[in-house]
Design a protein around this ligand. Structure first.
Ligand code: RIB
Length: 324
């Protein structure tokens, strides 16, 4: 009897449904339409700056990380909410085109999430988010939590929803990767449920109240966060690379040198690719290298989701590098 190829990879006693769930990355988070304008410089308070024509890009930290994980080879499902406007329709369609399962994505009457973004010639951005449907995605909208390999969370949906879904995942032993952006004070109970914490230097400085101007200071902050019960902490330092602590191991990885066009969603590209790398079964260090390459590729291109790298490009990019 012929055995279907997919079944050849099943473990003894494992059903196909179990196998698929064992690879699933579930993202619970935000979806925004980004309205982006290139500006000669960022306006100071009270100043009006003339910029380029605006461009709309699908964005939102949750959706960006879902697309990044899917393009990096992950099997991804997105939970969250869009509005009943045209932006909501495009945001759902875009996720589907990227192979993300949107079965549990809910549509609420009213506007979708919207981000107003200005990007200056150095590629740095300023972002204002109007949460729309994301802000109305409260705990009672969460579907029952089913098995997954990893839960990927950010903070662009209400904190009670993040706490409720983390609670359920933790109770089922599902590892949680938290990217606490935009940063806000977090209860110790949440931090103790997190397996992987990924944050940038300003978020880490706010969370720890420690100064972070050097990689040595970032390492101290990462260790401080680890003392709160998080096994693995990674602090990204933009063009200066990243530091990580994992159990008793710790380290520094330099950033890949690339031309910077637009830094929007580079952190999301990092988190999504890291999730895909971890679920694929590599070591944390291998997954970090993969994620750094994904982030480097993202800054070379404009926009949030259009800038996110596919697995083949990430692998080709890594193959060209001379270091780590
Ligand atoms: O991290 C980048 C994202 O932040 C943008 O896509 C924007 O929507 C905001 O959520």
């Amino acid at each position: 009897m012929a055995i279907p190829v997919a079944l050849c990879f099943l473990m003894v006693g494992e059903s196909l449904a179990d196998h698929l769930m064992s690879q699933l990355i579930r993202v619970v988070g935000s979806l925004n339409m980004d309205l982006v304008v290139q500006v000669p410089h960022q306006p100071i308070p009270g100043e009006t700056v003339l910029g380029s024509d605006y461009i709309t890009y699908p964005g939102g930290k949750g959706a960006n990380q879902a697309v990044a994980a899917a393009r990096a080879g992950g099997q991804v499902q997105m939970w969250g909410a869009i509005g009943s406007d045209g932006f909501g329709h495009s945001l759902r369609e875009n996720l589907q085109q990227n192979g993300v399962d949107t079965e549990q994505l809910q549509t609420f009457p009213g506007p979708s999430g919207l981000a107003l973004i200005t990007v200056d010639p150095s590629g740095q951005n300023r972002i204002v988010v109007s949460p729309g449907a994301n802000g109305r995605y409260t705990p009672e909208h969460l579907p029952p939590f089913t098995p997954a390999a990893l839960l990927l969370l950010q903070l662009e949906i209400p904190l009670p929803t993040v706490l409720a879904v983390a609670e359920q995942a933790f109770a089922q032993g599902i590892p949680i990767l938290l990217n606490p952006a935009p940063i806000q004070p977090l209860p110790g109970s949440l931090l103790r449920q997190v397996r992987y914490l990924v944050l940038n230097e300003s978020e880490a400085a706010q969370l720890t109240q420690l100064p972070i101007e050097t990689s040595a200071q970032a390492l101290i902050a990462a260790q401080r966060l680890q003392e709160q019960g998080i096994p693995s902490v990674m602090i990204t330092l933009g063009g200066a690379g990243l530091v990580w602590v994992d159990g008793v191991e710790k380290g520094y990885l330099p950033a890949y040198r690339v031309p910077v066009v637009d830094t929007t969603a580079a952190g999301d590209g990092f988190c999504g690719a890291l999730a895909a790398g971890l679920v694929a079964g590599g070591s944390l260090k291998q997954a970090l290298r993969f994620a750094s390459a994904a982030a480097a590729l993202a800054v070379t291109r404009a926009g949030a989701q259009p800038s996110l790298a596919h697995r083949a490009e990430i692998e080709a990019f890594l193959a060209e590098q001379r270091y780590f």
